[in-house]
Every structure is written in structure tokens, then in C-alpha cells.
Design a protein around this ligand. Structure first.
Ligand SMILES: [Cu+2]
Length: 369
């Protein structure tokens, strides 16, 4: 083995080791290594920080792999962080340092990086994380702003939107050290947190009118680029696939539980709405130091941002959580389900009279019951 190869292996070993030597030399803080999980799940975390700032280590691997984006089996050559669309949600506290290792395996064909909207400087870190196949980089940035922020690939030019819409996007949640609060300063807590990442895909149709499938990026990218420029998505989906969060994949909750729903859209506007429920507290623009809005029906997620909604479920049943451009929800796929268990509250809603034929005598249905 050549000397240069030994040096490269040594650098890799350092970077993968428990404490990178160069990082400890300039920042003496406790470290915590987080194992990320695929959305809609979120890694375990404290809502209120138990100690002072620390360095929180995450590892993201760029994975270029075919992904199925609908129930028809339509396949695109996806680009992902850690294999999921969106990439995993990373949770830290304000004042912590986020230390990310980005790995681009030699089996990949493209250059990847990360622009963290929560980070300060160097294109959100993208300029310092540009890794070619066979390379990795480590970036540390200070979480100075509390809120939910997206991250996405940004290799430059048309590759930036192409990689972002091909799956390379995710979010970071920077919690205030003392947790979430309402506009009066009252603490707010959640029993569960789900991360919903919305994606827009641009897939060409064949002469038969059906979506074409692709596994080769060099074939797919020029065609999706042409469609992308018309701003007319073929799919708008949650968690990278039509039906990823519906039916047997529904999100679970119980009556009385408070759920934090983090919703990101790295490229395009969205309008989350929970049918039969509300946003009790909504940080629509994602900033946790802005007073949350209360009692919302629909909220707006600007393309290139993330927001968070806190809701306490009060009735059991199946709820649809969708983008309330109903065409995008029903025709293009932007729907999730919550399956909520518990006891029905007649005071909040009661079926006074089920549907029945209109009585000939015109007696009001309420009396007929
Ligand atoms: Cu990329």
C-alpha cells in the first residue's frame, strides 16, 4: 500500500473514531453521538436541555439508489441522505454545536454536499462539505437560532434543484434550551413527534400516457430537468412516496396525546391541514422564539423552509393530514393519515340523526330521533 493510501485510511479512521482529534483540540465540550432514524420517526432527545452546550455528532451518507415513488411502481434514480426521503430529522438545543460527517461512498457517481439553513457561513456549510465519490468531510456549526430548518444538497447550478428534488433534503430542529413555550411563556411539551418531509417529483410520461421508470441518473436527469423548469410536478408526496403514511402506514396517536408535527418542503410551497383537527400552536415559519399562532385550520410552509405544529388529539378515528391544495393532495399524493385511539367525546361532536330519507311530513330530523 502506498504512503498516500495509509494517510487516507488514517484520516478515515480518525473521522470515524469516537473523538476526532482536531475537533477536541479547539473546543472542549462534552460530546454526544446520535444514531439517526428514518422519518417519520425522530431520534430520542430531551425537550429541555439537561446540561450546558455540547457537540452533537451526526453521520449522513449520500446514497444514490433507485426509489419507488408511487403505488404504480414508478421508479426514479433517487439521491438520499441515509437512504430515506426526506433525510433524517436532527434534534439539538440552541447553543449546541452540530458536527456532521458527510460520507460519499466510492460507489456513487456524483458530488454531494449539504446547505444547512440553520448554520451560519459558507453557503450554510455547502462550500466546505463538497465531497466527491470516495470522499468524506466533517463540518461543525453552532446552532445559534432556535427553530426547524431544512438542509439540502447544493452542488451548484442545475444540480442544486435536481439533487434537492431527487431526495437530498431534510431538517434540523433546534430547540430552545428551556423547551417550547406559548406566547405568554407557558411551557409546551409534546408526547410524540413526527417528521413529515414533503417532496415534489417531475417524472416524464411515455407514449402510453403512463409514468416512465428510470434507474440510470444520466437518462433521468435531463428529462426531469426539462419538466422541472415548467414548475409542474407529477407527484407531490410525503416521505418520498404516494401512500408512505396512509393506511397501514398511518401515524399513531392517542386521545389526549400532544403531537408535534414537523413539516418541511425544501423546494415548493405547502399548506398543511389536519382534517377534523387543528394546529393548537403553530410555528408556521419555523422560528421557536416567535410566538406560536393558536387555533389554526391550515398553515403555510414556504418552499425552502420547515414549520412545526403542536396538536392535542381530542377525538379517536382516522384523520387525514394533507396539503390543502386539494388537487395536490388527492391527485398528486400529498396525504398522510393519523390513526388515533381513545374515547369519543359527544360534547365536541355527536351524530344527532344519521342519514335517512327526508320525512314526507317535513318533521325536523332532530325530533325524529
Ligand atoms: Cu447531492
Amino acid at each position: 500500500m502506498k504512503l498516500s493510501e495509509w494517510i487516507f485510511l488514517g484520516i478515515c479512521a480518525l473521522a470515524l473514531g469516537s473523538t476526532p482529534a482536531w475537533a477536541e483540540a479547539d473546543l472542549k465540550l462534552p460530546r454526544e453521538r446520535i444514531t439517526l432514524v428514518a422519518p417519520p420517526l425522530v431520534h430520542a432527545h430531551d425537550q429541555i436541555a439537561k446540561s450546558g452546550p455540547k457537540i452533537v455528532e451526526f453521520k449522513l451518507t449520500a446514497e444514490e439508489q433507485p426509489i419507488v415513488i408511487d403505488e404504480l411502481g414508478t421508479t426514479i434514480p433517487g439521491m438520499t441522505y441515509n437512504g430515506s426521503i426526506p433525510g433524517p430529522l436532527m434534534v439539538v438545543h440552541e447553543g449546541d454545536y452540530v458536527e456532521v460527517t458527510l460520507v460519499n461512498p466510492a460507489t456513487n457517481t456524483m458530488t454531494h454536499t449539504i446547505d444547512f439553513h440553520a448554520a451560519t457561513g459558507a453557503l450554510g456549510g455547502a462550500a466546505l462539505m463538497m465531497v466527491n465519490p470516495g470522499e468524506q468531510a466533517v463540518l461543525r456549526w453552532k446552532a445559534t437560532r432556535a427553530g426547524v430548518f431544512i438542509y439540502h444538497c447544493a452542488p451548484g447550478g442545475s444540480m442544486t434543484p435536481l439533487h434537492t428534488i431527487s431526495g437530498m433534503n431534510g431538517a434540523v430542529m433546534v430547540l430552545p434550551r428551556d423547551g417550547l413555550r406559548d406566547k405568554t411563556g407557558k411551557p409546551l411539551h409534546y408526547d410524540r413527534v413526527y417528521y413529515i418531509g414533503e417532496s415534489d417529483f417531475y417524472v416524464p410520461r411515455g407514449d402510453d400516457g403512463k409514468f416512465q421508470s428510470f434507474t440510470d441518473a444520466s437518462d433521468f436527469l435531463p428529462k426531469t430537468l426539462e419538466l422541472m423548469r415548467k414548475l409542474n410536478p407529477s407527484h407531490v408526496v410525503f416521505e418520498g412516496k404516494v401512500g408512505a403514511l396512509t393506511g397501514k402506514n398511518a401515524l399513531q396517536a392517542k386521545v389526549g396525546e400532544t403531537v408535534l408535527i414537523v413539516h418541511s418542503q425544501a423546494n415548493r410551497d405547502s399548506r398543511p391541514h389536519l382534517i377534523g383537527g387543528h394546529g393548537d400552536y403553530v410555528w408556521e415559519t419555523g422560528g421557536f422564539h416567535n410566538p406560536p399562532e393558536q387555533g389554526l385550520q391550515t398553515w403555510f410552509i414556504r418552499g425552502g423552509s420547515a414549520g412545526a405544529a403542536l396538536y392535542t388529539f381530542r377525538q379517536p378515528g382516522i384523520y387525514a393530514y394533507l396539503s390543502h391544495n386539494l388537487i395536490e393532495a388527492v391527485e398528486l399524493g400529498a396525504v398522510a393519515h393519523f390513526k388515533v385511539e381513545g374515547k369519543w367525546n359527544d360534547d365536541l361532536m355527536k351524530q344527532v340523526s344519521p342519514p335517512r330519507p327526508i320525512p314526507p311530513d317535513g318533521i325536523p330530523q332532530v325530533k325524529a330521533n
